[in-house]
Design a protein around this ligand. Structure first.
Ligand code: ADP
Ligand code: MG
Length: 457
């Protein structure tokens, strides 16, 4: 079977499992770009990032299952964006490029293997964390903690802007602790969203004991993006109790946030002072040397090479966000590896502006409210008032869904924006719409149209 035929069979099977509009919207333009027989990885190309995330998030299991049932040698699936301005490679060309392409990247494979017990991804290690003046204090604090869990800097509070390595560092802390102490020390990494969801779910199902067990029966608790936890009494209280219980038993707590505790206005005073009683460190913008070192480590890890001049140009030009730095590098690698193109300085300029453009075309909550209210022909005020009329409730829920889906706002924040509602309302709306998208073709098409409007500005 050629990979083209293989993919056709997979799509045929998936079509039976998901709604027609979903299929047409998300999978019709997909391709199987390559299959690496050596390590059993197949690469699926999707037309844009949105489709990539969607498919990866919702249909991955289905796709992998179907692929495996057809070809037992397949172990995992990777997803890439084949940019819309360039037609996807015909399958024959793809396999030709593959023959010349350097070794398949190992990294995406690792990335998928988040340990469900600890929440840790092996991708983030201290070894792959480049240290420079922008993060050396934070890094040193983590090292001290690994050497001496629970007694030194407790809690450790790491803060800094988007894409500066907070998640990487605190995940790496968890991995290093696991490695040093094995099963003797139980580590749990969660985002604050996850914590909120657990508490909300437990309150709803009256299973608070489960949450208590999950969060108090551990030695190291790592909470990412704590800024979202503030402002909701029940979760904040549960977090406070969890915190105290762990703290009193000399358990290690590591927290990240996009700003220092003093600048999280919704945070309860008693939690703030707890945080301030530990060690507070920041990560800031990396300098040129660090940026270049990050790029070099990354290509080394992937076993690929990129022209020195191009690497230094990327490091020189992308300054404010390491995720963006990696985004540009990935795009360069994509052109090199899968399209067999040498990236010139001119081409690099375009790539950088494309990546920056996507990052800067930030859809805001206000954009979503405006677009949804126009689409459904309701007044923006109606989305935020107390009305429970059916004509208003649905657009409001769609609004909540999109705020979560497109711009990852926290549930408390979404509730707040749409008429100071409780975050449980936002969670309910998100889940309801998500489910409905699979069964209600008309709604699905509407949501797709609204999304397109938002993405096209
Ligand atoms: P944040 O959580 O602060 O938004 P992340 O930890 O997600 O940022 O970092 C964004 C990306 O940059 C990740 O892929 C991460 O691995 C990488 N990164 C950040 N800082 C470093 C560093 N010092 N060394 C190597 N990679 C880094
Ligand atoms: Mg993060």
């Amino acid at each position: 079977m050629t990979i083209e035929e293989l993919w056709k069979s997979v799509l045929g099977e998936i079509e039976l499992h998901i709604s027609r509009p979903n299929f047409l919207t998300w999978l019709k333009q997909s391709h199987l770009m390559q299959k690496d027989d050596k390590n059993g990885v197949v690469l699926v190309g999707l037309p844009n990032n949105f489709a990539k995330e969607w498919v990866q998030g919702r249909y991955h299991k289905l796709i992998l299952g179907s692929l495996r049932s057809l070809d037992g040698s397949i172990k995992s699936v990777d997803y890439v964006v084949t940019s819309s301005d360039t037609a996807p490679l015909p399958v024959a060309a793809a396999s030709r490029v593959r023959a010349e392409a350097p070794v398949q990247s190992q990294e995406p494979l690792l990335e998928m293997a988040v340990d469900p017990k600890t929440g840790l991804s092996p991708r983030y290690t201290l070894d792959s964390f480049i240290v420079g003046s922008s993060n050396e204090l934070a890094h040193a604090a983590v090292q001290a903690i690994v050497a001496d869990v629970g007694t030194k800097y407790n809690p450790l509070f790491v803060y800094g802007g988007v894409g500066l390595g907070k998640t990487h560092l605190i995940q790496a802390a968890g991995n290093a602790i696991q490695e040093a102490y094995h099963a003797k020390v139980r580590v749990l990494y969660v985002t604050s969203e996850r914590f909120i969801n657990d508490v909300v779910g437990a309150l709803r199902n009256k299973r608070m004991e489960d949450v208590k067990r999950k969060y108090r029966d551990i030695d190291v608790l790592i909470v990412d993006d704590i800024q979202f936890i503030g402002g909701k009494a029940a979760t904040e209280q549960e977090f406070f109790y969890t915190f105290n219980t762990l703290y009193e038993h000399n358990k290690q707590i590591i927290i990240s946030s996009d700003r220092p505790p003093s600048a999280i206005p919704t945070l309860e005073e008693r939690l703030r002072s707890r945080f301030e009683g530990g060690m507070i460190v920041d990560v800031s913008y990396p300098d040129y040397e660090v940026r270049l070192a990050i790029l070099k480590t990354k290509i080394q890890l992937q076993g690929v090479s990129v022209d020195e001049k191009i690497l230094s140009l990327i490091a020189e030009k992308v300054q404010k966000n390491i995720r963006e730095l990696e985004g540009v590098l990935n795009k360069v690698l994509f052109y090199q590896q899968y399209r067999g193109e040498r990236v010139t300085e001119r081409k690099l300029e375009t790539i950088i502006s494309e990546v920056a453009h996507v990052a800067s075309r930030n859809i805001t909550a206000a954009d979503i409210m405006k677009t949804v209210s126009e689409f459904y022909d309701v007044l923006p005020d109606e989305l935020t008032n107390r009305s429970r009329k059916k004509e208003i409730v649905l657009p409001r829920q769609v609004c909540m869904y999109l705020m979560r889906e497109l711009i990852s706002l926290s549930y408390p924040h979404i509730g707040e924006l749409l008429g100071k509602r409780d975050h449980t309302t936002a969670i309910h709306a998100y889940e309801k719409i998500l489910k409905a998208l699979h069964s209600d073709a008309a709604l699905n098409q509407k949501v797709v149209r609204i999304t397109e409007k938002l993405q096209n500005g």
